[in-house]
Write a protein that binds this ligand. Structure first.
Ligand SMILES: *[C@@H]1O[C@H](CO)[C@@H](O)[C@H](O)[C@H]1NC(C)=O
Ligand SMILES: *[C@@H]1O[C@H](CO)[C@@H](O)[C@H](O)[C@H]1NC(C)=O
Ligand SMILES: *[C@@H]1O[C@H](CO)[C@@H](O)[C@H](O)[C@H]1NC(C)=O
Ligand SMILES: *[C@@H]1O[C@H](CO)[C@@H](O)[C@H](O)[C@H]1NC(C)=O
Ligand SMILES: *[C@@H]1O[C@H](CO)[C@@H](O)[C@H](O)[C@H]1NC(C)=O
Length: 402
């Protein structure tokens, strides 16, 4: 064993020099070739010219390497079925998108993303930004959908899982190639497991897999999410893949905020109450209404946020001044305080929320509404995923300490 070592050590530098020399010669040849070719009409996509090494801002310009294979789940997130009139909020759709991206990673395929995301009208009011004083006149952003690349940086995303859009030239090229390839071109699958798609040779060699996902929601395909080791992309993946424009705006706001803490207060959508057959109001989150009121928030966060701190608050609560009581102890700010920066960029509520999320992620202390994992600070101890049990809302603090 002992005499193998010096031998190996001796070989290494030599082979390194050899590889180095080869690569210099090769790149010189490639550079020469590509500069010759670039004067012609042809594109020479495999050459790593200096220009190719620069990250292109437009993902449509990403060049294929020729042996990529593709995964397509349909042209709408969360609506592969027939009824596509409405859609869920951003969080739901991201959960679905993440599920599809994980499958693409698992299969080592490029994911064909829908080029637009549907915007749920109830999630698209301008009131949050305007801090409108007049709830009856809440303005809305007009659009019912937005382009995917106005939300996400697809080049950045492609470093982790390659993606193309379903309105790109590349996609049309894939479709026409798949037709020419015959049997090896495209497989339309439904209800085939991820493992079968990966292992069975019938699928693994096919250029394009067209999967019909669950008609309910794409994320139904990822039911094994409760198995933590099966999760390939963390929840924070899509939030951190925000489009450059959105990241830049968030950065500006973070600079203005300086040293700050943040709190995300979910009320509106989560406070849903319904009456049982005796006319008694019931809710899926019995403590949520209480725990997200300012007097309870003050009590709960006292141990995490010292008095005098700047507190950035994001919420879907629409009542003007609802959180004002927090200003007895904190310097309260909302995204509406930065509407002069946001107004020129933000076209819909999804973009606004993505910016708010980045700002919240940059806080020194961040308090969520619900606990995500054990290390999270949260306003309520009610679980986010409920047991579907409609319970009586609780407003008292009997025997509980905050
Ligand atoms: C809200 O409306 C009242 C009158 O209804 C007005 O005096 C006040 O200035 C308004 N506040 C804001 C922030 O627009
Ligand atoms: C609130 O909005 C409605 C509809 O735009 C308008 O008619 C009304 O005058 C507004 N009220 C106030 C106090 O601004
Ligand atoms: C994918 O499959 C669905 C259902 O079979 C079909 O309606 C759709 O046209 C297919 N899409 C492509 C791009 O082949
Ligand atoms: C959890 O996921 C891992 C990785 O996919 C798998 O090996 C394991 O068998 C799964 N465990 C259960 C209990 O399903
Ligand atoms: C944010 O705006 C509110 C009024 O909407 C104001 O009371 C508060 O002082 C502002 N916060 C900061 C830090 O400027």
């Amino acid at each position: 064993m002992a005499f193998h070592k010096p031998l190996r050590n001796k070989q290494k530098p030599r082979s390194r020099i050899l590889i180095f020399t080869i690569s210099i010669v090769a790149s010189a040849i490639l550079y020469l070739l590509s500069s010759l070719v670039s004067t012609n009409e042809f594109s020479f996509s495999t050459a790593k010219t200096p220009e190719n090494l620069v990250v292109k801002s437009n993902s449509q310009q990403r060049e294929p390497n020729g042996n990529e294979k593709y995964l397509y789940w349909g042209n709408r997130i969360d609506c592969p079925g027939k009824h596509c009139e409405s859609c869920e909020g951003l969080g739901h759709q991201e959960s679905s998108l993440r599920c599809a991206l994980e499958e693409a990673m698992f299969l080592r395929r490029t994911f064909v993303m829908p080029s637009r995301m549907c915007i749920n009208p109830i999630h698209n009011k301008k009131g949050i930004l305007r801090q409108s004083n007049n709830s009856s006149s809440e303005e809305r952003w007009a659009s019912s959908s937005c382009s995917m690349d106005s939300l996400y940086d697809l080049d950045l995303m492609s470093n982790t899982v390659p993606v193309i859009l379903d309105n790109s030239k590349m996609w049309y090229r894939v479709l026409s190639t798949s037709m020419k390839l015959g049997d090896r071109g495209i497989a339309h699958v439904k209800g085939v497991s991820r493992d079968d798609l990966k292992e069975k040779s019938g699928y693994s060699n096919i250029l394009l897999i067209n999967r019909t996902a669950s008609p309910l929601s794409w994320f139904m395909e990822c039911k094994d999410r409760n198995n933590r080791s099966a999760i390939m992309l963390p929840y924070s993946f899509l939030p951190s893949m925000a489009a450059k424009k959105l990241r830049d705006v968030a950065e500006k706001i973070k600079v203005l905020l300086g040293d700050y803490d943040a709190i995300h207060v979910r009320r509106g959508d989560k406070l849903k109450i319904r009456k049982d057959r005796f006319g008694v109001e019931r809710t899926l989150h019995p403590h949520l209404d209480r725990d997200t009121r300012p007097e309870f928030i003050l009590c709960r966060i006292a141990k995490w946020v010292p008095p005098g701190r700047t507190l950035f608050l994001a919420s879907n609560e629409r009542t003007p001044g609802f959180f004002s009581p927090l200003s007895v102890r904190y310097k309260l700010t909302y995204s509406s305080n930065y509407s002069s920066i946001l107004d020129t960029f933000v076209e819909n509520n999804y973009q606004l929320f993505m910016i708010e999320r980045l700002v919240m992620m940059g806080a020194k202390t961040f308090i969520r509404t619900f606990k995500g994992d054990d290390t999270d600070l949260s306003l309520t101890d009610d679980p986010k995923k409920n047991s579907k049990a409609w319970q009586l809302p609780i407003y008292t603090m009997d025997g509980e300490k905050c």
